[in-house]
Design a protein around this ligand. Structure first.
Ligand SMILES: [Zn+2]
Length: 198
């Protein structure tokens, strides 16, 4: 028995050796491989059970992706390529049905799961105190899907309730950085959105 274990142990070591050799010099692709799994698609029940105790969140900042297509995984990769080492700069992404997503699907990345600061609005402490939510789409050119808007409102309302964030602290990106960005797009139905909040 001992002999068999010893033999298998050696075999395992050799296999690990071969596998590690394969990854030497390929740190980046390996990191990207894991990055691809760093987003989570939430259903409503699961999301509500993962709103951790936190005192830092005082604002919610709404963005659009300014792209017609996308999902959390794609933006995560893009943000890593731009040098955001913690990946996806937003805490949540609301999908628009492209890249195999469901319209209104809520996704998030490491920054929400690990309760880290965002990389979505570097003004007035919004990355530190603001939950960043991105709706996929370009709302300077097109309309928000009603199901996507409803999903965003559902998420925002639940975050407001959980963290005691008043509607006056739910902002558009361009409420914070007025002249520098149109985000979340000049056609974003902001007034209608506010009426959907508590
Ligand atoms: Zn933005």
């Amino acid at each position: 028995m001992m002999k068999l274990l010893k033999h298998n142990g050696m075999l395992l070591l050799v296999m690990i050796g071969i596998l590690s050799l394969g990854f030497i010099g390929q740190k980046a692709p390996f990191a990207r491989f894991w990055a691809g799994f760093s987003h989570i698609r939430w259903n409503e029940g699961r999301l509500l059970s993962y709103l951790p105790e936190a005192h830092r969140w005082k604002y919610i900042v709404i963005h659009h992706s300014a792209t017609e297509r996308g999902n959390a995984k794609i933006f995560d990769r893009g943000h890593r390529l731009r040098g955001f080492q913690q990946g996806l700069g937003y805490h949540f992404v609301i999908d628009n049905g492209t890249y195999g997503t469901r319209v209104g699907q809520i996704e998030s990345g490491d920054r929400w799961y690990r309760q880290m600061e965002g990389a979505h609005c570097n003004r007035m402490g919004m990355n530190e105190e603001g939950i960043g939510i991105c709706l996929v789409g370009n709302f300077s050119k097109g309309q928000v899907d009603p199901a996507q808007l409803e999903s965003a409102a559902w998420l925002v309302e639940n975050l407001q309730k959980r963290y005691g964030i008043p509607t006056s602290h739910v902002l558009r990106h361009n409420d914070v950085k007025k002249k520098e960005t149109e985000c979340p797009g000049k056609d974003f139905p902001w007034e209608a959105f506010l009426t959907m909040l508590p």
